[in-house]
Design a protein around this ligand. Sequence first.
Ligand code: PFF
Length: 452
Amino acid sequence: MSSSPASARDGFSSGFGVLAATLGSAVGLGNIWMFPYQTGNNGGAGFLLIYLLATLLVGLPLMIAEISLGRSARTDPVGVYRKLAPGTLWWIIGALGLVSVLLIMSFYSAVVGWVFAYVGKSVSGGILTQDRSLLEQTFGGLVSNPAAALGWQWLVLLLVGIIITFGVSRGIEAVTKRLMPLLFGLLVLVALAALMLPGAMEGVRFLFLPDFSRIDGQVLLKALGLAFFKLSLGVGSMTIYGSYFRQQQNIPRTALTVMLADLTVSMLAGLAIFPAVFALGFNPASGPALLFQTIPAVFASMPLGHLLMIVFFVLTAFAAIGAMLSLVEVPVAILHERLRIERARATWLTVLALVGLGSLSALSSSTLSHVQLGGMNLFDLFDFLSSKLLMPITGLLTCLFVLLRWKQAGFVAANSNEGALHNTGLLRAVFTILTKVTPLLILTVMLYGLLG
Ligand code: PFF
């Protein structure tokens, strides 16, 4: 990565690299850890259906908008709005995104720390069992041990700092490109093994037969928040990645591919987890612990389970790091391109801030468990503030920006590569959804979820 400012910006070097890195941002713990546990907590298929709608009507149009805004301005997520709407306050969109990034990184890095710890536990083999109480104790023991929770999290942050120091094309692309196909293949295997457990069909029913009695305003807001989180929207990650996109890249097609692939990974994770939950008597609503308790039990039923479980947690760790890279890239790019701080220094400043902020989440089930706000510990509070408040608000403002400042002509020109792609009709339709349907949905769900 060049350390000179925006004039010599680094970027993704190939079409596949663009796709892999964007997918690397979308696919992560959101798919493998958060999607299953939120689906479990909120009643299964009904939640899934609403999440799908949110992904289609809110996620996809916003992803196209964020990426194309980034590519048009080719600068950091605050600078994008300063460049496209000079002298206005629209840059606040970028600033709000930055706040979300810091909140998300705080709890996300704590969970990646748990994944790292489980790589270690997989190697030693102690968790390769279907003994429910042992698996529950193992997870509980990890999150309530302050030294372990902090140590693993800090290790994760150190590693992310090192990868980012190598820059966009060498660091991010190199890591994510190799990882996705492997993770995908292994998830298929785990899902197949889970589906073969006796009693597995109950889990499939849970995932696919909707029960709408569980749906209320809060559940709607959770599904919307998950759609934002899953596709890395409303924080500036897609905007900054867009700024590294090649000029000839087809943005709408890339966004659609990323959305579909992301959804597939989530569904596979659901199919790996819920059959096992019902077959082995776990509680589908066990929250953040769900992945860590059920997945080892599935591997315990598989041939080569020990080896494959190690590979699974290693790949999950890589996927999570790919997502984290896109989060950390937001503050790093802002510090580098706004404040002209050298990239390496910007990276380590960010990592240092995250060690502090992240510790609050890592300790939220132990030393800091008494710190509660609105019935939430710090971990849950940061999740709530980002996914259910800031990201939807930022998304809403982005829709308004496209409607009021960029307008249809700007949006269509950017996404048709100045007419080269001959997709103007499609883009007009996307523009209509993005500026009418998407903002209305976000607003309604937020009001209903927060006040209803
Ligand atoms: N999309 C990532 C996941 O599903 O794990 C998480 C994430 C990454 C959220 C980047 C937000 C973001 F900007």
